[in-house]
Design a protein around this ligand. Structure first.
Ligand code: SF4
Length: 442
């Protein structure tokens, strides 16, 4: 009813719409937001009865928008309406009588001299020009004559042959590159799936020939590290990309940053060899360092502590965290699509330092009177742990926070040390004995 009134209403409805808006009507096409009572009251208070617009209108009635000229003759739509009531079709205009689609080649189009259908609607098309224009475009497309399709031959093809896509492009040999970038400011709100679309656009703007997968839906060959939760900034993201060109790494980061949206800043690049493990594999046994900033003004209201111990919040929060680490139940519930899953935060935690990490917050542009907490978590496990879940386990659900992933570390093969994914020399040095061992075993 409301849609009907708004669609058929005249300018008197404007006052009722404004009243409803001023009284809080928003997003009314979403059922959970619609309050029909509010609209009815607004119409009543504006002195505009809704029923005025929901009744039957004579076909000849002047409508509120009749003064707007859209180029149609008076009575054309009424004629079409009457035809529709009698089940009479109006085949598409601009085509030869009886045709529902245009000819698809020049020979047939030129041979057909029938008159084109026109209902004289008032737009006054130049049908002769339309016919000529169509011939020009068919010629441009090279559609000279009908194409014979051998249906029998098609049927005889084996199903797997029919399904296999035709590879129609040659891409050349791919080289592997690893790029490191920051994702801060507005880009912290770019979700992981959007990032998958955003980065290839950056490469396209620079004309970098990214290798595409083959198949029905070719996709750029990119490999990402662990995904970030939406709204969490990062100073240390990595991506592996295959590019079919030798890139000059000097100045590459500056060029990529210049073509990236605000908040995406490339900070490192390296060429990978064929034997270097992918970033996903490398970080699957690594570690992430987060810095969480708690707004000091919100701490008393978050039910955490009523006043700072020994005069400062760092000590107070440290006591709270240490208490939780010693004896607290660090299990939180993660709910996805209504299905809950228990996450044992303790099994992922590698370290917590209250009052440390201010520089990371500053670099990520997270400002204010904040209490920083540096948190190290393991990246292993089927789904990892989210930084919000760590905060919830240590300080409760009510504590507001902003967070940044400050760095990620890969476990160096065969060693107990971690290193940054761009330190290829260290990673290769540690991997060499392992490779030799594997070769000897083979
Ligand atoms: S004037 Fe043009 S749009 Fe109108 S009926 Fe004739 S061909 Fe169609």
């Amino acid at each position: 009813m409301l849609e009907g009134v708004l669609a058929r209403g005249d300018r008197a409805v404007g006052e009722a719409i404004e009243l409803a808006y001023l009284r809080g009507a928003r997003f009314d096409s979403w059922e959970e937001h619609l309050d029909l009572g509010r609209w009815q009251q607004a119409f009543e208070d504006a002195g505009v009865p809704m029923s005025r617009y929901t009744g039957t209108l004579p076909v000849s009635a002047r409508l509120p928008w009749s003064h707007i000229d859209v180029g149609l003759e008076d009575g054309f739509l009424a004629r079409e309406y009457r035809k529709a009531l009698k089940d009479q079709l109006s085949p598409p205009c601009g085509k030869a009588a009886g045709m529902f689609v245009h000819h698809t080649n020049l020979a047939e189009s030129e041979a057909d001299r029938r008159k084109l259908v026109c209902y004289d609607c008032g737009v006054a098309c130049d049908l002769g020009a339309m016919r000529g224009e169509r011939l020009v475009y068919l010629k441009k497309l090279g559609a000279e004559g009908p194409v014979a399709i051998d249906l029998e031959k098609r049927r005889q093809k084996r199903p797997e042959e029919r399904r296999r896509p035709k590879v129609s492009f040659v891409q050349g040999t791919a080289r592997r590159y690893r790029l490191r970038f920051e994702k801060t400011g507005p880009s912290a709100f770019v979700g992981h799936l959007d990032l998958l679309r955003l980065l290839p656009r950056v490469f396209r703007r620079l004309d970098l020939p990214v290798l595409y997968s083959q198949g029905f839906h070719p996709k750029p060959d990119l490999t990402f590290g662990p995904a970030l939760s939406l709204g969490i900034a990062s100073l240390d993201e990595h991506i592996d990309v295959r590019i079919t060109a030798d890139l000059d790494l000097e100045g590459l980061c500056e060029q990529l940053t210049a073509h990236a949206p605000a908040g995406i800043v490339f900070t490192g690049a390296a060429r990978l060899s064929d034997t270097d493990p992918s970033i996903a594999k490398l970080l699957s046994e690594g570690m992430a360092r987060w810095v969480v900033g708690l707004p000091v003004s919100a701490l008393p209201h978050a039910g955490l502590l009523s006043r700072p111990t020994d005069g400062d919040w760092v000590t107070a929060v440290r006591h709270e965290v240490e208490g939780q680490l010693e004896g607290g139940n660090l299990v939180v519930l993660r709910t996805v699509d209504g299905i809950g899953k228990k996450i044992d935060v303790r099994s992922f935690l590698r370290g917590v330092r209250v009052g440390v990490g201010r520089e990371a917050l500053d670099r990520a542009g997270i400002m204010g009177d904040l209490l920083p907490i540096q948190i190290d978590t393991a990246l292993s496990g089927s789904s990892g742990v989210r930084v919000g879940e760590v905060v919830e386990a240590l300080l409760g659900k009510e504590v507001p926070f902003r967070a940044v992933r400050a760095s990620m570390w890969a476990r160096r093969p065969g060693s107990d040390h971690d290193t940054t994914p761009l330190d290829l020399a260290a990673l290769r040095r540690d991997a060499a004995p392992q490779r030799e061992l594997l070769a000897a075993q083979e």
